[in-house]
Each structure stands twice: as C-alpha cells, then as structure tokens.
Design a protein around this ligand. Structure first.
Ligand SMILES: [Fe+2]
Length: 392
C-alpha cells in the first residue's frame, strides 16, 4: 500500500542495534532485522524485527503440484459459471478451485469450511486478492491482523505469511480469489506523485483497513509452513513461530478494502467501466460495480452500449442486487466475455433501463489483457448456453 504504516516497537534508526528486553538471566540479545520488499529493491518494502532468525528451516517435506489442468486453451465462447456450485472443502487451500487462468493470474472460487490455523501459508508466486462474499473473521499475518466481513477485498502481497480464521457459521465461507503474478496496486491515476489518493479517487486512505494487533510469539518447536512457488506447494518446517515480529514499518503490508466504501462516479450519460476501477496490475484491472444513481441526461440509456473489448477478456462476478444489463443472473454467477467478439445488454435490458433512476447492483469485474483459459473445474459449472443468450 503506498502509504506508511508501523506497528509494534522499532529502533529509532534503521539497520542499527535493536536490543531485546533482558531475559531472566539478565542476558540481552538483539532482534533480527529483515527487509521485506518487492521488485528487487525498487518496490514497496517493510523493515521488520524478528525475535528469532526468520531463516531457521528444520525440514523440507512433501511438495504438491497445484498447476491447474486447462480444459479450453483457446476460448471464443461467452460463458456463465454457476459459482455457488463450487463444492465446499474443509481446508482453506484445498477449497480453492481455479476456474480461469493465463500466464498472469489464476482466478477462482473457494468455499472453505474451516479456518486455516494448523499451518502457515505463504504465496511466493503471487499477490493474492480475496473478495469475501460470505463469512466474517480475521486475516492473521506476520505484520498484524485484519478483521474482515462480507464485501471486503483483502490484498495480500506476495510472500506474506498468513493464517485465516472464519467465525462459526452454518454456511461455508464464499471467496472469489485472484492470484496475480504482478503486484496489485490502487490505480495510479488516483494517486499523486507522492502516492496520496487524489480528490477525484472513488476511495481514499481512510477506507483502507490496515493491519492491527501485531502478534509477537516467542515460541520454538515445529511450525509447518506451506509455501507456493512456481505453482508447487512446498511444505517446510520452521524452528520458531512465524509470527514473531516485535515491530515493523514501511509500505509493504496486507490490507483490506470494503466494496461498500467504493464511491461510484456517475455522469449525465453512461460512464465507461474505468470509472469503476479499484485496483490495477500490469496484466489486469479490478472494478467494483456498486449501487449508484443512473445517468441523468433526459435521453440517457443507463444500460451499457454493446462493446468490443477486442484485446481483453472480461470476467464479472455477481455479488448482490439486480444486475441491470443481464437476464437470468444470480448471486455467485461468473460471466466471461472473451476478447475478440462484442457483448452487450441482454434483449430487453436496454429498454428496461430507460427511466430508471438507480441500481442496487454489486459486482466485481476482472478485465485481463491476455486471454483466459478455462479449467476442467470451470466446465463442470458452466451453464453451456450463455453464449446464445443474446438471441431474440
Ligand atoms: Fe463489458
């Protein structure tokens, strides 16, 4: 996140001796400093101070290949996936079902039944975006805890060690997730040269949920960490508790943002999708469609015009409310409108929208600059007929 945050205790000067409190025998030790950055030493970084060396690997265990099986490599068909048909699973990682992939990202759904507390997880391949469709709880990381609820995006930069706790619920949690090989940032055009969010941005720093309640565990033993690297999940055993940071500061940390805090930008005539943009990467954008007043030109057509995203694939995850431009869409559905062919409102949607004053829709859109491939899991929940749904 491009603004400074700090938790716990840190020394007044970086890269200097930082003494631990004396233990029972009067012995004084030093904390172990770790620079935790991205993009070599050019990107955002944080400096953290560990109770123990963060390098104490005791054992390397099994590895599991998580690279998704691709069923359709060259897709030209508009698709509708019935997202809530994704089966729940107990384990947080095993519950992830990759649906659409390319060289830049993995997009999928997860319905975990249980919290992730019996091991630690680190994704060394990708920044993760978790969108919480159902469930409340806490994302616990080595840099602090972020409470979450329905509507939250959780942005977890690559390399963050975390666990996740879900509050007890009759239903499994429901998450949309994206694993992004390029860093996930807020849109550059909404930031000034110093990184501050500008006045025309649809959200600002106050809306960002920063980590809080830093946990500092001084524990030795066997601590299992599952690390995803090159699509493979490795199992390592560490000698000390991974959450042993006494203090940190910097710019590289996980954060939350609620879709309910996105302030829509509206106009006299239909505004294009970039007004809904919430995050950017080098390879895709994420947009939030939120309740808003419709266009107010006397002859306005609130439904979108047909459009050809000729060189990007468009994924929309339907969260809540009526989605004005679509027929037969429900919560948890995902549509894919592939690049190369136009798409637009369904028959009747344009006429239906005229004279309407507002919409109550919530949806998350992911537009990828490279075509998406579909996994076997995606085909299992594909309705198979959406591509013909514009026929009169
Ligand atoms: Fe579109």
């Amino acid at each position: 996140m491009p603004f400074y945050h700090t938790l716990g205790s840190i020394p007044p000067k970086r890269h200097t001796q930082f003494e631990k409190p004396a233990d029972g025998s009067g012995r004084v030790g030093l904390y172990y400093e770790q620079l935790f950055g991205t993009i070599g030493f050019e990107g955002m970084s944080s400096l953290m101070y560990h109770v123990h060396r963060p390098t104490m690997v005791k054992a390397v265990g099994e590895s599991v290949d998580l690279n998704p099986a691709v069923a359709v490599g060259q897709n030209i068909m508009a698709r509708k996936l019935i997202g809530f048909q994704v089966e729940p699973a107990d384990d947080f990682l095993e519950s992830r079902v990759p649906l659409m992939v390319n060289k830049d990202l993995i997009l999928g759904l997860a319905a975990p039944r249980r919290s992730l507390t019996d091991y630690f997880y680190k994704n060394a391949d990708a920044d993760e975006m978790l969108f919480v469709h159902h469930g409340t709880g806490r994302l616990r990381t080595l840099l602090g805890t972020i409470p979450f609820e329905y509507g939250d995006y959780l942005i977890i930069p690559r390399g963050m060690i975390y666990q996740i706790e879900f509050d007890p619920s009759d239903e499994p949690a429901r998450l949309l997730y994206v694993e992004s090989h390029s860093p996930i940032y807020t849109p550059k055009r909404y930031r000034n040269q110093f990184g501050q969010m500008l006045e025309h941005a649809p959200f600002c720093e106050r809306d960002i949920k920063r980590p809080q309640d830093l946990e500092t565990h001084d524990e030795t033993g066997d601590f299992v960490m599952k690390i995803k690297k090159q699509g493979v999940l490795h199992t390592l055993v560490y000698a000390t508790h991974p959450f042993d940071v006494a203090g940190w500061d910097g710019y590289n940390y996980p954060y939350g943002f609620s879709i309910f805090n996105f302030e829509p930008i509206t106009g006299r005539v239909h505004q294009p999708p970039p007004v809904h943009q919430t995050f950017q990467t080098d390879a895709f954008v994420v947009c939030s469609f939120c309740p808003r007043l419709y266009d107010y030109h006397p002859k306005a057509i609130p439904a979108p015009y047909n459009h050809s995203n000729i060189d990007s694939d468009e994924v929309i995850y339907y969260v809540d409310g009526d989605f004005m431009s679509r027929n037969d869409i429900a919560r948890g559905h995902i549509t894919l409108h592939p690049g190369g062919i136009p798409h637009g409102p369904h028959p009747g949607a344009m006429e239906r929208s005229i004279g309407k004053k507002s919409t109550e829709e919530y949806a998350v859109m992911v537009d990828t600059f490279r075509p998406l491939m579909l996994t076997e899991a995606a085909l299992r929940i594909d309705d198979g007929k959406y591509y013909q749904s514009w026929l009169e």
